[in-house]
Design a protein around this ligand. Structure first.
Ligand SMILES: [Zn+2]
Length: 477
């Protein structure tokens, strides 16, 4: 949304408030307000999400106005280069953190069963209708968390079946990249099958673990690639990763590493300077509405709910990226151990000699201070480590009680941690699944769907939620 549109919306909502207040009979307004508040059912999540002040909680109080490009360049010069892609303006940041979620859980309808067949074709709308049906199960909540660039609704599903146990929260996200369609259908199939599994193992998993998911982070891109692949491909048959307007959402987050190139590092090849099929971080950090929806979603579950694990499903090369070099050592070790554990789990039954098994790979400087924007998992780690949005820089920075420090000034977090404000979730585990092998499995052709369906069974994705739940439970001791 542009500044002007945003301001207009604020003006209109203020006018509406004045009209309502003026028309209410004297003395009646507060009674009416509390009555209508009482009558609206809110889940425990919505009580926080729609009333807590995420904006104030997540920004640094130390700076008040944005620095110019040349001021930031000057401030960062002793450490390296600022590449100049603008950070996130404060109006856009506020827009992200103040958006309301809408409860669309179908509580009063009867659940009659649903299924996901990985070889079948599903439009985004049909996947949404499966989520809606799933939300008829007691303890499954469905929220609209924002809009896509082309005005599609974005959804988060929360599986929180009644239980006496303290639960571990596990976050799953998928298909931030348009052509990587498997993430979305895998997450939904895993949840659909778990919820309809009556085994003792499934009940135990659901009683110990709260799964929260945004199965499809890039619905426009997915629909473009699935149903209009000629438009959303380049070279010969290579499909897009970006949104339909050419922003790579997985570079668009205003995380700690935004647009900084450390001295001695190579500028990444994975960086495009104008709207493109891949690697364009957007005109400014957080420019895409999808990014803004995910920022609030992640802030809620990572910082407020202190999720144990966050797994982002991508699709290429059977790799698990983990261990961000700029996180604290506790977080790096936990993430590395988890990625290695899940690598072994997925590879179970594969011959030792077999090529093309899953490997766990340390995220090197390609995902750090090499000038690119921040990924979604970068952002999650940024906020888990206590970084705050800076009005001065327009991206997240570390703060002491008196000063703000962009990441480029703090390459070794452990050394400086004691002076920084506290990390709210320093033990958050993050890694990615890069599902599948070879370009044929990308997109949504019948061949791609057959390969992806085969991958699901061969590499035990049908059991992966049990394993995640057990793994998180094991960490409690
Ligand atoms: Zn990807």
């Amino acid at each position: 949304m542009s500044t002007r549109n945003y301001l207009w919306r604020r003006v209109l909502s203020l006018l509406l408030l004045i009209i309502i207040t003026v028309n209410a009979p004297v003395g009646a307004s507060s009674a009416v307000a509390s009555e209508s508040e009482d009558s609206v059912f809110e889940t425990e999540t919505l009580k926080i999400v729609n009333h807590f002040d995420y904006f104030t909680d997540s920004i640094s109080p130390l700076s008040e106005k944005a620095m110019s490009k040349s001021e930031i360049t000057k401030a960062l010069a002793p450490y390296g280069k600022y590449l100049g892609t603008p950070g996130m303006p404060v109006y856009a940041y506020r827009d992200a953190m103040e958006q309301k979620w809408e409860d669309v859980t179908e509580r009063d309808k009867k659940f009659t069963g649903v299924e996901i067949d990985l070889e079948k074709r599903y439009t985004y709308n049909s996947l949404v209708s499966i989520m809606k049906k799933l939300s008829r199960i007691d303890g499954v909540n469905l929220y609209k968390i924002g809009k896509s660039t082309q005005d599609r609704d974005m959804y988060a599903i929360e599986i929180d079946l009644p239980s006496d146990e303290e639960k571990d929260t596990i976050i799953l996200t998928g298909t931030i990249h348009a052509r990587e369609t498997a993430g979305c259908t895998y997450i939904l199939k895993e949840l659909v099958d778990l919820l309809q599994d009556n085994s003792a193992k499934a009940r135990k998993t659901l009683s110990r673990t709260r799964f929260v998911a945004v199965p499809c982070v890039n619905p426009d891109g997915r629909e473009g690639v699935c149903y209009n692949p000629e438009t959303y491909s380049y070279k010969k048959g290579e499909l897009w990763k970006a949104t339909t307007s050419g922003t790579d959402l997985n570079r668009n987050f205003p995380g700690l590493s935004w647009a900084q190139l450390k001295k001695g590092y190579e500028k990444s090849d994975y960086l495009s300077t104008s709207p493109d099929k891949l690697y364009y971080p957007g005109p400014f950090a957080g420019s895409a509405p999808e990014t803004r929806a995910m920022m609030k979603f992640l802030y809620h579950y990572v910082v407020i709910e202190k999720a144990v694990m966050y797994i982002d499903y991508h699709q290429q090369g059977r790799i698990m990226y983990t261990e961000k070099p700029w996180c604290g050592s506790e977080q790096r070790k936990l993430s590395k151990d988890a990625a290695n554990h899940f690598k072994e789990f997925l590879n179970k039954g594969q011959k030792k000699s077999s090529k093309n098994k899953y490997t766990a790979v340390k995220e090197d400087k390609d995902y750090g201070l090499n000038g690119v924007g921040s990924t979604m998992t970068d952002y999650a780690c940024s906020i888990a480590n206590g970084s705050k949005y800076s009005r001065a820089y327009g991206f997240n920075v570390y703060c002491t009680k008196t000063a703000e420090y962009p990441l480029i000034m703090i390459p070794r977090l452990d050394d400086t941690r004691k002076n920084l404000i506290e990390a709210p979730n320093p033990s958050l585990i993050t890694f990615t699944f890069e599902i599948g092998w070879g370009k044929d499995s990308l997109g949504y052709s019948s061949k791609a769907r057959a390969l992806i369906a085969d991958e699901y069974k061969t590499f035990h994705y049908d059991k992966v939620l049990f394993e995640m739940s057990d793994y998180a439970y094991g960490l409690r001791k």
